[in-house]
Each structure stands twice: as structure tokens, then as C-alpha cells.
Design a protein around this ligand. Structure first.
Ligand SMILES: Nc1ncnc2c1ncn2[C@@H]1O[C@H](COP(=O)(O)OP(=O)(O)OP(=O)(O)O)[C@@H](O)[C@H]1O
Length: 310
């Protein structure tokens, strides 16, 4: 379990992390999402003691990172891939880490296998591709068989097979009851692996929610219906908790509170012809963009964000 309370980090004038409070629970994958510069990496660095908070605190299983007797066995982290000596092989790198942390040598072989590095383990890490470096970083994070695993943008640079591997790995770790905390600026990626989401923007907490709830709150359960007699359809569908919108003169209605199946059955019961009946799930990406729109630091100069610079 990771717990942040009023966690704040300032670099001079810049507040990178602003009074952040959240809990990351075991047995589930928690996504840490936010646009570039939102403070995700800074938060993660503070979790593993690479940066100290200006104020507030963050603990792993009730203690600050530095207070753990065997931190590598407590929290495994991938923060910056390739932060390894380029002349060393993957095997030498992991072995040195294991030796200095009292981890048995057989665990090195295990994580090399787990990360799919078997065929390149003896090669110089300096010659590794970004994806291989990422796999090596993950192998190092898992070396101590930690209860808490934290990965900063783990799919960066991975090919489709690597991305799939990460997804399965994260879900598997959570199923073993571990605490899994993964950052990304891609909602689409997070939606596939995370159950819970902590969303930040400009260092502040924007949402602490589940993927399901985020879709629901974004109005993602609407059904689009096109009918020959929309006025009559409105009448027969109306009821408590049901919302129907549509413009006058248009055959199209948006219905929330009923499933496509319920609408279809009611329509046929009243002999109303339907031309279209489609559940329109708001994409999570849209929900995320809506939530973080005002918190984006670096806007591009094209599209609808033009002129919205911070
Ligand atoms: N050492 C530092 N000195 C000064 N400013 C910093 C430092 N580290 C981070 N920042 C600033 O703090 C803010 C948060 O940065 P951080 O890297 O934590 O964001 P992030 O959410 O991880 O972004 P990204 O998705 O781009 O990695 C940014 O504005 C960044 O420029």
C-alpha cells in the first residue's frame, strides 16, 4: 500500500506536486495518469526517496522508503530506463544489484527469464534498444520480489509484443495480491490494465476513481436512437431516471438510463420503426481530455487547443 498525504514538492518557484493525497491499494493495478509535466515522475521519485518532499509525506506499507530495512524487497521501481552502466551486461547489472542487496543469484536468472532477456543477457547493455532497456529496468524492479511494484511509463519504447507482455505482467502481479502503481500519459493504455485511476494535473489531484466510474461520469452510457416517430418514442420510453435529448425536427435521440436492448424491445412493442440503435460509449480518452484540459502545460499549436496555453 502506498499512501500520500498533502505531498508537496517545489523546485524554486515551480510547484511540481501540490498537496497530493491518495492511497494505492494492493491486489489491483492503479494507473497514475496526467498530461506531461503533471508531477507523476516527481511523485514517484519521492515514493522511493530519490527526492524529498517540501512538505507532506508519502509511505509504502506505513513507512517512508528510507525507513525500510530491505527497500528493494519492499518496493521495486522502474523510474528511468537505461540508468545503467553501458559497458555492463544485463546479467552483470542484475547480479551486482542482487549481491549488494542480499538477493540470491538464482533470482537473477528468474527475472531474466521473466523479462524475456534470456538471449541478450550477456550482451553489453549499452547496445540495448529502448525496449530491451525497459525490460531490463523491469527485471531490476522485480529482483527483490517486492510486494509493491511501481513503474513510470513502462510501455515507452516497447513493440506491440512488449506492450502485451507488460499488460499481462501487471495484471498478474496484481492478481498475486501486490500493489501495482503505473504511470502513463496515455489513457487508452491505462484503460486496458488499470482498475483504479489517480489522475493529476499541474501537481494536483484531479480524480481518484475507477475506470468504470470515470466512463459513467463522462456520460458514457448514452444510446443513440434514430426513429421514424421520435416524439412517440420519447413518450413510451419516458420514466424515472431516464433522460432523453434530441433536437426538434431530427429523428435522432440520445437516451440515458436504458440499454439498447430495452429501447429496441419497447419500440417494437409500440410498433415504432427504428433506423439506428447504438450504444455510444464515450471513449475514456475523451473523458481524460475533458478532465485535464485546463491542466495541460504544453499545448500544441494546432486543433482545438490553439490559444489555450497556460
Ligand atoms: N529537478 C527539477 N527542477 C525543476 N523543475 C522540475 C524538476 N523536476 C521536475 N520539474 C518540473 O516539475 C513539473 C512536474 O514534472 P514531472 O516530471 O514530475 O511530470 P510528469 O507528470 O512526470 O511529466 P511527463 O509525463 O512529461 O514525464 C514539470 O513542470 C517539470 O518541469
Amino acid at each position: 500500500m502506498i499512501e500520500a498525504q498533502q505531498l508537496t514538492k517545489r523546485y524554486g518557484e515551480k510547484t511540481a506536486v501540490d498537496q497530493l493525497g491518495f492511497v494505492v491499494k494492493p491486489g489491483t493495478v492503479t494507473g497514475f495518469l496526467g498530461p506531461n509535466g503533471a508531477g507523476k515522475s516527481t511523485t514517484m521519485r519521492m515514493i522511493v526517496g530519490l527526492d524529498s518532499p517540501t512538505s507532506g509525506s508519502v509511505t509504502v506499507n506505513g513507512r517512508r522508503y528510507a525507513q525500510h530495512r530491505a527497500p528493494l524487497q519492499e518496493v521495486g521501481a522502474l523510474l528511468e530506463a537505461k540508468s545503467i552502466h553501458p559497458g555492463r551486461s544485463a546479467y552483470q547489472h542484475l547480479n551486482a544489484l542482487a549481491l549488494t542487496h542480499g538477493i540470491p543469484r538464482r533470482r537473477v536468472d528468474e527475472v531474466i527469464d521473466l523479462a524475456g532477456l534470456g538471449s541478450v543477457a550477456k550482451k553489453r547493455a549499452g547496445a540495448f534498444s529502448l525496449g530491451m532497456g525497459q525490460r531490463l529496468g523491469i527485471a531490476a524492479a522485480l529482483l527483490g520480489d517486492p510486494q509493491t511494484v511501481m513503474l513510470d511509463e513502462p510501455v515507452n519504447g516497447l513493440d506491440p509484443e512488449g506492450v502485451l507482455w507488460i499488460r499481462n505482467l501487471l495484471t498478474g502481479l496484481a492478481m498475486e495480491g501486490r500493489t501495482v502503481f503505473v504511470s502513463s500519459h496515455l489513457m487508452s493504455e491505462m484503460a486496458l490494465v488499470a482498475d483504479h485511476l489517480i489522475i493529476v494535473g499541474r501537481g494536483r489531484l484531479l480524480a481518484d476513481t475507477t475506470v468504470q466510474d470515470l466512463i459513467r461520469e463522462a456520460g458514457g452510457n448514452a444510446v443513440k436512437v434514430t426513429a421514424q416517430d421520435p416524439a412517440r418514442l420519447r413518450e413510451v420510453l419516458a420514466g424515472p431516471g431516464i433522460e432523453i435529448t434530441g433536437t426538434t425536427g431530427s429523428e435522432e435521440l440520445q437516451v440515458t438510463g436504458l440499454s439498447a436492448r430495452e429501447i429496441g424491445l419497447t419500440a417494437i412493442e409500440h410498433q415504432i420503426a427504428l433506423f439506428e440503435l447504438s450504444p455510444s460509449t464515450v471513449s475514456l480518452e475523451e473523458a481524460f481530455m475533458d478532465l485535464t484540459r485546463d491542466a495541460v502545460e504544453y499545448h500544441g499549436t494546432t486543433g482545438e487547443t490553439l490559444g489555450r496555453a497556460a
